[in-house]
Ligand binder design. Structure first.
Ligand code: AMP
Ligand code: MG
Length: 343
């Protein structure tokens, strides 16, 4: 049985969060909103509770979880921090950034997928923050979706994926950002960007002179290559029909989409300004062409919605790689299994 509760997203009711925190402390699973996407949380120091997360999501056990803390300095309990960690914390926490650090023994290997490092994040969402404080322990939480489907940005996405599989779902409305956190690994004085998110590459450069982008962020890895972030190797976000990303001038892409609508059973994910030039059937708009934040916010919902169309193929624009565009690009090439068509 899954209990579904609704809380005030700005000022969550203490008694409701206390009930959720009690479930976490007793080794149960609670899905909760964050500013990025919904997370599926359990006590990060409890090996058995972590195993329940993997079972509920159908997640491969070598794909590590992110642990969520109430304050940046709480990372000390679980990881070996350093000066660069605190510079990142000062600039971006609480907020949509996750930092990979050497782990301490308080975090079981079942949380870290067997790795000796742990991913630490301090979310800014009032519900997430209050829940972690009430639990009095770090909360291990991957995205609250079934493994392979798009991350949930609304409670209804969580309910459709995990109802009956978790103890509680906290409905705190829509997630503000809509894409998962930026993940960076600290290597001495340099950073490696493992997963792009709302904290952009340029923003990271303001804190650290040397930021490398892991190859898996933009490229398909070879069969035997190991990504620096285990999650990068899994097919993700994939809609039922194949998704093809169209690379070219916007007008050419829209012309291609319009032609495809005449000859194929296709669904289209496009920008707001394209809609007037396309047939409205099986069409989803995800924001204005220049509004990458709006597109980031709408993408995962669109990838879920498109499954409701009985289409044989899906077309969308290939996003630019600038700013939060890099995060959109990364999620979309993975949803498309790297299928890009030049037009
Ligand atoms: P999710 O919480 O579902 O967005 O997934 C968490 C992501 O964090 C996965 O892609 C993991 O590969 C990545 N991650 C978590 N812990 C580590 C770690 N210790 N080293 C590298 N990547 C990690
Ligand atoms: Mg995920």
């Amino acid at each position: 049985m899954t209990e579904i509760i609704t809380v005030n997203a700005e000022q969550p009711e203490t008694d409701k969060l206390q009930a959720a925190a009690d479930i976490i402390r007793a080794g149960g699973l609670v899905a909760f909103p964050t500013e990025t996407v919904y997370g599926l949380g359990a006590d990060a120091t409890d090996a058995d509770a972590a195993k329940k997360i993997y079972a509920a999501k159908g997640r491969p056990s070598d794909n590590p979880l992110i642990i969520h803390v109430a304050a940046p300095s709480d990372a000390e309990l679980y990881a070996h921090t350093c000066e660069l960690y605190y510079r990142l914390a000062k600039a971006f926490m609480p907020g949509p950034i996750t930092v990979i650090l050497p782990k301490k023994n308080t975090v079981p290997h079942s949380v870290t997928g067997g790795l000796d490092t742990v991913a630490v994040r301090c979310p800014s969402h009032p519900v997430a923050s209050a829940l972690i404080s009430a639990a009095g322990v770090a909360i291990a939480a991957p995205s609250a979706n079934l493994s392979g489907s798009p991350s949930p940005t609304k409670a209804e996405h969580v309910i459709s994926d995990l109802s009956g599989r978790v103890d509680m779902i906290i409905d705190g409305g829509e997630c503000e950002i809509g894409l998962e956190s930026t993940i960076v690994k600290i290597d001495g004085d340099s950073l490696t960007l493992l997963r792009p998110g709302a904290v952009t590459y340029d923003a990271l450069l303001c804190v650290c002179e040397s930021v490398n982008i892991a190859p898996a962020v933009t490229e398909q890895l070879g069969e035997n290559e190991r990504p620096l972030s285990p999650g990068m190797k899994y097919r993700h976000y994939a809609p039922k029909a194949p998704l093809i990303l169209l690379d070219g001038a916007a007008s050419e892409v829209v012309a291609y989409m319009r032609k495809a609508q005449d000859s194929q059973n296709c669904a289209i994910i496009c920008y707001d300004e394209d809609a007037s030039e396309l047939i409205s059937d099986k069409l989803i708009t995800i924001g204005a062409r220049d509004d990458l934040e709006a597109q980031a916010n709408a993408l995962f919902g669109a990838l879920r919605e498109v499954n409701g169309f009985d289409a044989e193929v899906i077309y969308a624009h290939l996003p630019p790689k600038e700013g939060i565009g890099l995060a959109l690009y990364n999620r979309m090439i993975r949803a498309a299994a790297h299928t890009i068509k030049k037009v």
